[in-house]
Design a protein around this ligand. Structure first.
Ligand code: A2P
Length: 271
């Protein structure tokens, strides 16, 4: 055996066997709590905009450490994008936040989820209500032409603690106008960002802004109505339950893949 061959056998032995490995193509940090990254797309992965997959890294024991992440990129994209929180003592995100271009991430190519257009009955208008990283599935949906073919109006509401936490969504919305595929539909999308712990043009929790009528007044729209409106919700457990209650009080019924109806919800990834 040549010296060269001996070295490569040694390297191969040390390299971890990573099932379903994809390569990181870019990483963007927004705050000390938030970042996004893109990876190559598994050839076998077909998904509907709004769905999530299990992704992760190899754990200390050599076993994959996986969590559910909404795919933030649209279904036509060559790559996959994810938007993540950084938790300093979180088993996965304490390490995931340090990934660099060229690193490998595990992506299990089995998409699932309820935040899909097929889980809702046709209507005029759709509201996307997100807090924090809950904007990820909507980042996918607002870049999908199918959304604009189904709805006349799309309203994306994003509540965060601080202004910097809105940047990921704000940049996406801004870029939409110049997107060759979506640009022509961009005028159908209304973006309504709010903050709760730092001064910004619109302050308050989305729930309070709905309940006191501010949201509808600002948008010049009528209150929620099951005849015309659909709602997708993605945030903390508290947010999901509170908005679910608001939807039900307005007469909207929860839908699913097997039984489409008027609103759907999913918990945003935390930890
Ligand atoms: P608040 O600052 O009033 O708690 P977090 O970073 O904790 O996930 O929260 C993200 C955003 O979601 C914050 O602006 C937070 O507001 C808001 N939020 C948390 N829980 C709810 C809820 N039940 N209803 C509406 N907004 C919520």
């Amino acid at each position: 055996m040549t010296k060269q061959a001996a070295v490569s056998v040694e390297t191969a032995k040390k390299a971890p066997v990573l099932p379903d490995a994809q390569t990181v193509t870019s990483v963007t940090h927004y705050t000390d709590r938030l970042f996004s990254f893109r990876v190559t797309r598994p050839q076998s992965l077909r998904f509907r905009s709004g769905e999530f997959v299990m992704i992760g890294l190899l754990g200390e024991t050599g076993k994959p450490l996986l969590r559910a992440y909404s795919i933030a990129s649209p279904s036509w994209d060559d790559e996959l994008e994810f938007y993540s929180i950084k938790v300093q003592d979180g088993p996965l995100t304490s390490r995931l936040q340090h990934i660099k271009v060229g690193d490998q991430v595990i992506v299990r190519p089995k998409p699932v989820g309820t935040l899909v257009l097929d889980a809702l009955l046709p209507a005029k208008r759709i509201y996307f209500i997100a807090t924090g990283t809950g904007i990820a599935p909507f980042a996918s949906l607002i870049r999908d032409p199918d959304l604009y073919e189904r709805y006349e109006e799309v309203i994306l509401i994003h509540t965060c603690r601080q202004v910097a936490e809105l940047k990921y969504g704000a940049d996406l919305v801004k870029a939409l106008k110049d997107d060759p595929l979506i640009g022509e539909f961009a005028e159908k999308l209304t973006y309504y960002p709010t903050t709760t712990r730092e001064k910004s043009p619109k302050m308050g929790r989305v729930t309070s802004l709905i309940e006191d009528g501010t949201l509808f007044k600002d948008l010049g729209l009528p209150a929620l109505n099951p005849e015309t409106d659909r709602v997708m919700i993605c945030g903390s457990m508290g947010l999901n339950l509170d908005v679910k209650e608001i939807c039900e009080a307005a007469g909207l019924t929860e839908g699913s893949n097997s039984k489409p109806a008027e609103f759907v919800l999913e918990k945003a990834f935390v930890g």
